[in-house]
Design a protein around this ligand. Structure first.
Ligand code: PLP
Length: 477
């Protein structure tokens, strides 16, 4: 095989048709749910398998390899997939991925992504308007919620993290204050990680306890702020979870917004999973107050059916985004200070970046925004009915009534077992389900107790399949 052959349009055409046929067959099979969701293999065995494969002579036909990769992956389109929060991507968004893969627009500067940058502007402004962030709102796309939360907190620090009454600039001078953020004890670990990357250390992450519904106890915020000040810390931002990852609980965003207004702090809403409730007439009330956030993060690969990774960072004042990174890169931009939306690399952590905007734009262009509303209403509704099924089974216990499509529950038997035994039993149930492979669910720990955790990510999951899952779980014992 030489370069001419490797770049051959004819070979691309032929392999492309074959690949799409393969994927369409896979999709059809996965959606019927008749096959395992996961053929679980221990990590060492998987590595040995692929090492052996790697040592084989090269094969000119990639199709057997693709087939093998499909077989040896978890199948997110199977309606019995209900583990981590990855959406089964819309087939059209996957096809758009083939397109953007071949076009490979670098995006950081305008010429390297003329369409990519324009589409990014449109989809971020569209989503910002859906969240009611106001006329000046805008944002950017970046590679995942983790990086998105870091980006928003870096913006917050650049704007609010200076010394009051001075022109201290964190970008130029580094941090001299002992800075801190306030966040719920149930926030995603990436917020903690972002704070540590920013050099805030353990003291700089003030974790507010949660109530019995795993929501931040916002009535405690004043006390915690006083204590932080007494400890010599300068709090610059509060992060609200919309919703939290473990239990899918929504923090009281209005209370956080009021607090931030009162104390002149940056209000960041981590809506990576559940921010999209804003698109639904039925569930919008859950994110009441999100329109007052200074910044919001939303993952398209979780609740918007776009392949991983595709995340929006939205700002109430689009101009704020230019203050995050103040890089002078002469070979990229002639004017480092200009607020030019079309050079998206000025505002993103990435330099070269995937053309992720195309996947979102293609969906909006082809199906309209109602596809998102329909999805949210379906999976959130499913979770509420599933909670009802759990309540009706005396040997099962529901952690809390679900607010989103995340449901935590556990097997408690007749209620006479010790907490340690219950933890062990539920861990065994989850392990058995994994080995069996028909259903894929995960687990989480709440207040030292182990719970089974389900994220209903597939709009084709039926009530009957959920009942079957509960049958399997009770039969495990
Ligand atoms: C998933 C999640 C994240 C992290 O997003 P990634 O895209 O996985 O990096 C952050 N916050 C919340 C609330 C999440 O659910």
């Amino acid at each position: 095989m030489n370069l001419d052959q490797a770049y051959s349009p004819d070979a691309f055409r032929q392999q492309g048709h074959a690949l799409i046929d393969l994927l369409a067959d896979h999709l059809q099979r996965a959606q019927t749910g008749t096959q395992p969701t996961i053929n679980y293999i221990e990590p060492d065995k998987a590595l040995t398998y692929w090492q052996t494969d790697f040592e084989q002579p090269i094969q000119s036909d990639p199709l057997p390899l693709f087939t093998d990769m499909i077989e040896r992956s978890i199948h997110v389109h199977n309606p019995r997939f209900m583990g981590h929060q990855i959406a089964p991507p819309l087939p059209l968004s996957a096809l758009t991925g083939v397109l953007t893969g071949l076009l490979s627009q670098g995006m950081g500067v305008y010429e390297m992504g003329m369409t990519a940058n324009a589409l990014e502007r449109i989809v971020t402004q569209w989503l910002a308007q859906k969240l009611n962030l106001g006329a000046e709102a805008g944002g950017l796309l970046t590679s995942g919620g983790t990086l998105a939360n870091l980006t928003a907190l870096l913006t917050a620090r650049a704007i609010v993290g200076g010394t009051p009454d001075s022109d201290h600039n964190v970008w130029e001078d580094g941090t001299t204050n002992r800075l801190a953020i306030m966040v719920s004890g149930e926030a995603h670990y990436c917020v903690d990680r972002a704070a540590r990357i920013m050099g805030l250390g353990s003291a700089g992450i003030i974790k507010i306890p949660v109530n019995e519904r795993y929501q931040m106890r916002t009535e405690l915020m004043d006390d915690y702020l006083e204590q932080a000040k007494a400890d010599g810390l300068t709090v610059f931002a509060v992060v609200g979870s919309a919703c939290s990852t473990s239990t899918g609980s929504y923090d009281d965003l209005t209370a956080i917004a009021d607090f931030c207004t009162r104390h002149n702090l940056w209000f960041h809403a981590d809506g990576a999973h559940g921010g999209v409730a804003a698109l639904s007439d039925t569930y919008r009330h859950l994110v009441q107050g999100i329109d007052r956030a200074d910044s919001v993060v939303i993952d398209f690969h979780k609740m918007m059916m776009i392949p991983a990774l595709t995340t929006a960072v939205l700002y109430r004042r689009d101009a704020d985004a230019y203050r995050t990174f103040q890089q002078r890169a002469q070979y990229l931009w002639t004017d480092a200070d200009a607020k030019d939306w079309f050079n998206s690399g000025k505002r993103t952590f990435e330099c070269t970046k995937l053309m992720m905007s195309a996947k979102i734009y293609a969906i909006l262009h082809t199906y309209g925004e109602r596809i998102f509303t329909e999805y949210i209403d379906t999976v959130y509704g499913l979770a509420r009915r599933f909670a009802g099924q759990i309540r009706n089974r005396p040997t099962l216990e529901l952690a809390i009534e679900p607010e989103s499509n995340i449901v935590c529950f556990r097997h408690v038997g007749d209620g006479s077992d010790t907490p340690a035994y219950l933890n062990e039993r539920n861990a065994q149930i989850r392990q058995k389900l994994l080995q069996d492979g028909r259903f894929y669910i995960v687990q989480t720990t709440l207040n030292g107790q182990l719970w089974l955790r389900v994220s209903l990510m597939n709009s084709f999951t039926t009530d009957a399949q959920l009942s079957e899952l509960l049958d399997d779980i009770t039969a495990c014992i």
